[in-house]
Each structure stands twice: as C-alpha cells, then as structure tokens.
Ligand binder design. Structure first.
Ligand code: SAH
Ligand code: AVI
Length: 327
C-alpha cells in the first residue's frame, strides 16, 4: 500500500501520493497503440510538465471558449452548485491540472478536504502546494494517478460525503462507452449520498469548434506534437517533430473533434527497439473531444446509474455544468 506522505516542499496542509502508472506498462500500452491499423495514443500522454503548461496556455487562447465559458458558469452559480454539494464534503477532482477552477467554489463550498488527482506529477505537486499556500485552512490530498485505473487512494481519505468535481469537459476525451464506465466507477466511489459536479462541452457550429482546436498562435499544434517528445522519453523513441504536423477537425457524424498527427513523409521510427512504419499522410490519432447535447448527456449519465439533478449553461449555450446524483 502506498501511503500519503508530506509533499517535497514542506506544507502543513498538503499531502502527496504517487500512483503514477509503471513505466513498463506505459511502454506496452503506447506500443500497442502504435501497432494498430489506425495508430493511436491515449491523450493522457500529452501531459508532462510541458504538456500541462501548454494546456494552460490553450485555456487562455481567444479561440478556446470552453475554459472562460465554464469559469463564468461556475462564478455565476457558485452558491447553487455549493448548495447541491453541501459544505463539509470531500471534494475529489480527477484531472485537476492547475486546480484553477476549484478556487471559484472553495469559499462558498468549504469542503472538508480537496483531492486533486492528475497524471502530470510535478505539475500536480506545484499546483497543490500553491493552492495550499493560498488556502491555509484547506487540507489537500494530492494524488498522481491514472483516473481510468487507480482509485485505491480513496480508502485512505477522511470520511464524509464524497463529491467528484470533473470540469473542463475532460469526460469528452473518453469514448462514450468509457465515459459511462468512468461515471459508474465514480458512482461506486461517491456512494448513494455523494454527487458529481461535471462540465460538458456542447454542440455548436463546426467553424467555431474547428477554430478552438486550430488556434492562430499554434499552441494546440505544439500541445499535440508534444506527445512525440513524450514517446521519445517514455519509449526511448526517435520521433522527429518536424516530420509530423497537427491536424484537428470536427467529425460531424461522430460529434467529436479529432486530433491527429500526420506523417509528412514515408518513414520508419525506432521505438523501444522496434521499428514503426508510417506511409506519407498516415496519422496517429491522439485525441477525441466529444460534444454532447443536454439530452444525449442525460442518456449517458442514466446508463451509469446517475441522473442530472441540476444543470447550468451560459447565455449562448456554449458549455454546460451539471450536478449529478444517484438515480
Ligand atoms: N480540470 C482542469 C484541467 C483539465 S485538462 C480544468 O478543467 O481546467 C485535463 C487534465 O486531466 C490534465 O491536467 C491532465 O494531466 C489530466 N489527465 C488526462 N488524462 C488523465 C488520466 N487518465 N488520469 C489522470 N489525469 C489525467
Ligand atoms: C482536456 N480536454 C477537455 C481538452 C479538450 O478540449 O478536449 C484538451 C484539448 N485538446 C486540444 N485542446 C484542448
């Protein structure tokens, strides 16, 4: 059993636990993805220190409407959202990144503790320490883990009503079936008395969606290409960033943004001793970002044994935030 331990820099109110996936498993998983007909990499591999910083830059881009729209919804409705959760709850955020959004709720919510969970270890620790400095009354249990695999840390958390905070439409990065599985798991963890505060991106014009994932400054392209560096580190591979380009588009049939890396030429890349071959124009599928109508999302939630208790949107209906309870 891994136990919570004091963070590297001493902070009275911040504990840290590391359950990062094992390197051997990570290598096998990535190589298996590169051996598929449609080569694919799980989007969790975007996020190391650099990837997390690039994502933070994305959230401030003029074209990337989700973050500022969701922040507006949370600010405007913080009292109602906090009332749904109930003060004194244990607030668990899978995929917490910079932990910016939780700040909006902390004073009205007054949770018993906050549990940021992220795969990007160094970034998570820094974010947790910064939050701990700003909110000395808040107990923080930071966990580096893959939220699709490891939830064992919850057994070591303090007692109390559990509420999972899953903003940013990170649920959209999961295949709908996996999203149902994820929410079922969350339901088990929160139990009958718990709840979920979740942010979900909605349908809108293809032009607007395409612009959000093809920003003029090229930050999303750098974020996408960063996965090649990750593979070079993790797999001891030799991907050349200059021979791939970013490609993102809205797939209207499947209602998702798809991100790919396109090989600019025929090439063979050494990966962990093996050679991975690319034809010119062949792609690695790096991310999906599903967009949901409220009705479609309600169906997905229902399949997980949960129900929408209350929903909030901005005036332009660009983004939605929901409180889910057990059905
Ligand atoms: N919740 C924040 C950040 C969203 S970005 C917000 O709304 O702004 C998605 C975050 O999830 C990143 O910080 C990334 O490192 C993390 N992440 C992605 N896949 C993950 C996985 N499988 N397990 C744990 N964290 C993951
Ligand atoms: C984290 N996730 C919800 C982002 C999204 O919009 O799907 C990741 C991202 N990919 C490109 N830009 C942002």
């Amino acid at each position: 059993m891994t136990v919570m331990k004091q963070a590297r820099r001493k902070a009275r109110n911040v504990m840290f636990r590391d359950e990062h996936p094992d390197l051997g498993d990570s290598r096998r998983e990535i190589l298996a993805g590169l051996q598929k007909n449609q080569k694919a990499v799980n989007p969790k591999w975007f996020y190391d220190e650099r990837g997390s910083q690039l994502f933070d830059q994305i959230t401030r881009l003029p074209e990337y409407y989700p973050t500022r729209t969701e922040v507006g919804i949370l600010q405007e409705n913080r009292r109602e959202i906090s009332a749904c959760c109930g003060s004194g709850c244990l607030f668990i955020e899978p995929g917490s990144g910079s932990s910016e959004k939780v700040r909006i709720l902390l004073e009205t919510l007054r949770p018993s503790a906050y549990v940021p969970v992220d795969i990007s270890a160094g970034f998570l620790e820094e974010a947790a320490l910064k939050l701990g400095d700003e909110y000395p009354w808040l107990d923080i249990y930071a966990v580096c883990a893959d939220f699709n695999r490891s939830w064992s840390y919850v057994d070591d958390l303090p007692e109390g009503k559990r509420v999972v905070f899953y903003p940013g439409s990170t649920i959209g990065n999961l295949e709908p079936e996996a999203a149902v599985g994820f929410l079922r798991r969350v339901r088990e963890i929160t139990g009958d008395s718990g709840g979920v505060v979740i942010g979900v991106d909605t349908h809108k014009s293809t032009e607007r969606l395409n612009a959000a994932y093809n920003d003029a400054a090229g930050v999303t392209a750098d974020f996408n290409l960063n996965v090649l560096r990750r593979m070079n580190d993790l797999l001891d591979a030799e991907f050349d960033e200059d021979s791939f380009r970013h490609h993102a588009f809205y797939n209207t049939d499947l209602q998702r943004i798809e991100m790919h890396l396109v090989s600019e030429r025929a090439q063979a890349v050494r990966c962990n001793g093996a050679m991975v071959e690319f034809a010119e124009g062949e792609t690695i599928h790096t991310e999906n970002s599903y967009k949901y109508t409220i009705e479609d999302f309600a169906e997905l939630v229902d399949a997980a044994g949960l129900a929408l208790q209350q929903s909030w949107m901005d005036a332009d209906e660009l983004f939605s935030v929901h409180y889910l309870r057990v059905a």
